[in-house]
Structure formats: C-alpha cells, structure tokens
Design a protein around this ligand. Sequence first.
Ligand SMILES: [Zn+2]
Length: 146
Amino acid sequence: MPLYEYYCEPCNGIFEELRPMRESSDPVPCPECYKDAARIMPTSFAAFTFRDGYPRRIPDDGKFYHLGHKVSKPITGGRPNEHPEVNKPEPKKRRSKGEKKDLADMREAAAKGGLVDSMGNAVKPQEVTSLHDAGRIIKQGTPDRA
Ligand SMILES: [Zn+2]
C-alpha cells in the first residue's frame, strides 16, 4: 500500500498513513484528535504546516524537521539551511604518527623546493597539509616553471 500524507487542521499537523490507492483521497482520522484529516500532496505541506518554521509531524515527538531530516532542535542562528544535526561538521582528522612524519618530510622537501603537485607547480611548505588533505597529488620533483 502506498504511503499518503494527511493534514489535521485542529492539530495543525501532518501525518502519514499507508492506504489502498482507491481510498487515498478519503479523510483519515488524526492519530491525536481522531478528527478527519484531509489528504495533502507531499509538496503542499510546506505552505501551511510549520512550527517555529519547521513542519510539525504527528504523532508529535517534539522533534523538528530540517529539509526532510528529523532533528531534536530547530536551528538557532547560523546559516539557515545548515542544521548542525544534519550538516555535521567534518570530524577533525586524527593523524597517525606515520602520517605526521610523512607531512613533516614533505614540508621539509617542499622547503628545499623539491616538491611539485600533479600539475608540476612548486609546492610551498605551508601548502603541504592542505594539498595532502584535499587529496592532491604531491610528488618529488622540480617545478616545470621556476
Ligand atoms: Zn488532529
């Protein structure tokens, strides 16, 4: 059975219901107040079902929705489309000892002018870490252009 969305006006909430297609346009009792709720199109709820700017879902578990993801808190400040629970910040990379040594060796080589990137450009010591983290190829060699 397909999943349909319904809107309960007294509760100002939306909920989903599995229903046979031929009954999909019939009202469904709201799980909170048991009043008839009308079917809505998935794209239409954003127009009217919001709580603090986020669509409310029934049963109401106190959660909010952010771009289709369930989150426990609405966004407070920051960039409007980036929720900390959805757009998780990249975890800070832990470098292994070997990796630290490799980076140190590369910086040392770069300081001597012996490192180039895949384009043949000279790599400066302070660029080694960011190029490495970006997955850019750094190799030993002399720059094509001095
Ligand atoms: Zn209701």
